[in-house]
Design a protein around this ligand. Sequence first.
Ligand SMILES: *Cc1c(COP(=O)(O)O)cnc(C)c1O
Length: 432
Amino acid sequence: MKYSSLNYNSVATNFPTAVRSGLAPDRGLYFPEHIPQLDSQWLRNLAAHSIPDICFEAIHPFIGNHIPEEKLFQIVEETLSFDFPIAHLNNQIGALELFHGPTLAFKDVGARFMARCLGYFNSQKQEQLTVLVATSGDTGGAVADGFLGVQGIDVVILYPKGKVSNIQEKQLTTQGQNIRALEVEGVFDDCQDMVKTAFLDDQIKKVRPLTSANSINIARWLPQMFYYFIAVRALQERNEKLVFSVPSGNFGNICAGMMAQKMGLGIDHFIAANNRNDAVINYLNTGVYEPKKTIPTLSNAMDVGDPSNFIRIQKIVNNDLTLLKKILSGFSYSDAETKKAIEELYKNYQYIADPHGAVGYLGLKDYLNEKDTPHYGVFLETAHPVKFLDVVESTLSTEVPLPKSIQKLMTKEKLSQEIQNYEDLKSYLMQS
Ligand SMILES: *Cc1c(COP(=O)(O)O)cnc(C)c1O
């Protein structure tokens, strides 16, 4: 498989190069040159196969012979070494729980897969590489955990001082070894801007090759298809139309689901569930895409004003808005509505949801209300409620017990260095 840039000003490249560079030289996102088609017979009876077998078949065509099959299977198996259960709330709605990984949010799968791919490439040809990443909370922890101890890789995480939850801060500052955390005087957008500037800085590039670990990187984006294969495998015998409601920020997760659908997986429809950061929903309604300034909300991992994967979604439908509307709907919700949904889920189903999952639930409910034919809908529960403890506990006036792994984490010592501006970051990257 070759990958070309969606800015169409770079030559196509292979999987290892696309992963190691993150973005194409023309600053465009990489996209596969064709979308592989899976055997329809095989897809109809997924329950006959194990989860690692299915996910291996799904990702293999994107990688080809750049990783030997046996090694790739091992990477898939290790990436998915925890559960992905569906909590059935009623006969129409289920919550696909993607928070059973080590850092309790769905980003673990992408980070673990990408770390293992880079680890393999480094075992073939040792070349020190730095993963530079800005986080609003969940990405940092997942990347710190996924890349811990990977040979030849240094990780530098930028996070906004005082703007991430306690648990999130511990997850990204306590690992040590090859993981470094920089605490930035500013907000998430400041961290993001510094990272982008560093990627364009030739002086840094000369002494320290950099790559990204956000969903712009194909090795973090594509394995997110696995969730959809796993869910369809579990729900296929219901013989109902399946819809997925995906709490969306950068739109990497939902866009991976749309890839899986394009490969032949039986999904009827997608719902992009947004907080008030709703640039893509506006596009669906008006046909005009306008990036917006980020609005802070309770579901802060979705506070993205200009989602980077929107361009990949457009590519999947060849810029055809009519086609896009057939497979994607979008709904946006306020913080007050999000809190009400957390209450409703607890009252009606004794289900404790985090703010992101709650937004997904609302999107699903509104979509299903418009339909008369039977559908089964899944909303993605993208984070464990303890990651957003303040919101959940204050909304429900109840205590949410901390899992054992988190209790242990909270006793570890924070290791981070404060930086004020880009010059600080640059001298850090040039010197250490
Ligand atoms: C990152 C994140 C999202 C948004 O996912 P995208 O792939 O950026 O759309 C949603 N919920 C949680 C908990 C997240 O951490």
